[in-house]
Design a protein around this ligand. Structure first.
Ligand code: ADP
Ligand code: MN
Ligand code: MN
Ligand code: MN
Length: 395
C-alpha cells in the first residue's frame, strides 16, 4: 500500500524517547543557534559542555562554516558564534540548554548579517524610556510536500470566515503543533503571551511580549527556533512566508506593538501621536526594514486587502485594521497605552524592526539608511489585476 510522505520519512518516536531519557552523566548539551545569511532562517549545532554555564559569558565562542550558510567564501569560511542568551532546552530537558548567538566575522566584528548588535546599541541608548514591544507572529503550516496543512490535496477549503479563532476538525488544522510549541516556549522561559487560529485555514498566530529592549528580538528568534523544531517533530513545516497562498487568502504578518514608559502612563496618548507622526514621515524607510528583502516580500502582502494597508501609503487610525498603524480602542479611551505597527511581515527580523522604530521615534533620526523603492510595483499590479483584485495603489 502506498504510504504518504509523512509516514514514509518519519522515525520511531517511541525508540527516540527511550534514548533521550538516558542519563547524560553530568554533561550538558548546548544547542548553539544563529541566524543564517538569508536573514530569515535559523541554523543550529550542538556541543558538549562539562558544566552548566551561569551566564552567556561562561560559554565558549564557537565557529561554523559560513560558506554553507551564505555568510562567507569557501577560502575564508570561519564565522564565529558569540553566545548572548541561554534558555532551558524543552527537547532535551534537564541541564541541557539552547544558546542564542550573534555571528562575528574573521576580525571578531559583528558579521554583516548580524543585525542584533546595532539593535542592542540603540536599545542601550533609549533604555531610560523603557521601551516595551509585543510581537504577533503569524505563520502557516504546510505538509512536507509544501501543500497547506489540512487542505484538500486537489482543491481548496471553503472561503475564509469560519477559521479565525475556530474550533473543530473542519475549522482548524494542526492544533497539536500549536499546543506543543506553546508549552515548549513556556519551558524555555520565552514570554509567550497567547495564541490563536488565524483567518486562513492552517494559519496560526502566537504573541511574544511585552518584552523590554533587546529581549524582544532575542525571545522572538528563540520562539521561532522552537516553532520549526516542534513542527519538525510532527513532520510538518511552519513557514513564515508573508503570502504563502496567492489569491483571496490572508497573508501573514508580525504586528509590532510598542510603548514607552511615558506612553503607558496618564497623558501618554500625546506621546503616541507624536511617535506616529514621526513614523508617518519615514514610511518608505521603515518598509525597507520590515522584511528580509527590503520590501519585496511585503509587496505581496500589503495590498490594501485582507486587513492590510497598501505598501505605498502610510495611514493610521483608532481600531483600524486596514491602516499601517492601529491605536487600540482601549488606548484612546484610557488616554495612554500603546500602538500597533501592522506593517512588519511574518518573516521580518525583529532586531531590524524594533531598532528602526526606536531610531525614528526616540532618537529622532529622520533618515534611516535603507529605503524601499517599489521596483516591482508594476509587476505586482498586473498580478493583482489578473487575480481579479483591485489594488488600491496611490503614489
Ligand atoms: P491584536 O488585537 O492586534 O490581535 P494581540 O492580542 O494578538 O493583539 O497582541 C497584542 C500584543 O501587544 C501582545 O503581544 C502584548 O504582549 C502586547 N502588548 C500589550 N501591552 C503592551 C504595551 N503596553 N506595550 C507594548 N506591547 C504591549
Ligand atoms: Mn493578534
Ligand atoms: Mn493576527
Ligand atoms: Mn495585531
Amino acid at each position: 500500500m502506498a504510504m504518504n510522505l509523512r509516514e514514509q520519512f518519519s522515525t520511531d518516536k517511541v525508540i527516540a524517547s527511550k534514548l533521550i531519557g538516558l542519563d547524560s552523566k553530568d554533561k550538558v548539551q548546548a544547542e548553539y543557534i544563529w541566524i543564517d545569511g538569508s536573514g530569515e532562517h535559523l541554523r543550529s549545532k550542538t556541543r558538549t559542555l562539562t558544566k552548566s554555564p551561569k551566564t552567556p559569558g561562561d560559554l565558549p565562542v564557537w565557529n561554523f562554516d559560513g560558506s554553507s550558510t551564505n555568510q562567507a567564501k569557501g577560502a575564508d569560511s570561519d564565522v564565529f558564534l558569540q553566545p548572548v542568551a541561554i534558555y532551558p532546552d524543552p527537547f532535551r530537558l534537564g541541564p541541557h540548554i539552547l544558546v542564542l548567538c550573534e555571528t562575528l566575522d574573521n576580525k571578531m566584528q559583528p558579521h554583516k548579517t548580524n543585525y542584533r548588535r546595532r539593535c542592542a546599541q540603540v536599545m542601550e541608548q533609549v533604555k531610560n524610556e523603557h521601551p516595551w514591544f509585543g510581537m504577533e507572529q503569524e505563520y502557516t503550516l504546510l505538509d512536507v510536500d509544501g501543500h497547506p496543512f489540512g487542505w484538500p490535496k486537489n482543491g481548496f477549503p471553503g472561503p475564509q470566515g469560519p477559521y479565525y479563532c475556530g474550533v473543530g476538525a473542519n475549522k482548524v488544522y494542526g492544533r497539536d503543533v500549536v499546543e506543543a510549541h506553546y508549552r515548549a516556549c513556556l519551558y524555555a522561559g520565552v514570554n509567550i503571551s497567547g495564541t490563536n487560529a488565524e483567518v486562513m485555514p492552517g494559519q496560526w498566530e502566537y504573541q511574544v511580549g511585552p518584552c523590554e529592549g533587546i529581549e524582544m528580538g532575542d525571545q522572538l528568534w528563540v520562539s521561532r527556533f522552537l516553532l520549526h523544531r516542534v513542527a519538525e517533530e510532527f513532520g510538518v513545516i511552519a513557514t513564515l512566508d508573508p503570502k504563502p497562498i496567492q489569491g483571496d487568502w490572508n497573508g501573514a504578518g508580525c504586528h509590532t506593538n510598542v510603548s514607552t514608559e511615558k506612553m503607558r502612563n496618564p497623558g501618554g496618548y500625546k506621546e503616541i501621536i507624536s511617535a506616529i507622526e514621526k513614523l508617518s514621515k519615514s514610511h518608505a524607510e521603515h518598509i525597507a526594514y520590515y522584511d528580509p528583502t527590503g520590501g519585496k516580500d511585503n509587496e505581496r502582502r500589503l495590498t490594501g486587502l485582507h486587513e492590510t494597508a497598501c505598501i505605498s501609503k502610510f495611514s493610521y487610525g483608532v481600531a483600524s485594521r486596514c491602516s499601517s498603524i492601529r491605536i487600540p480602542r482601549q488606548t484612546e479611551v484610557d488616554g495612554y497605552g500603546y500602538y500597533e505597527d501592522r506593517r512588519p511581515s511574518s518573516n521580518c527580523d525583529p532586531y531590524c524592526v524594533t531598532e528602526a522604530i526606536m531610531r525614528t521615534t526616540s532618537l529622532d533620526i529622520k533618515k534611516l539608511s535603507r529605503t524601499y523603492t517599489p521596483q516591482d510595483l508594476e509587476k505586482f499590479r498586473n498580478l493583482m489585476s489578473q487575480q481579479g483584485e483591485k489594488p488600491k495603489i496611490e503614489e
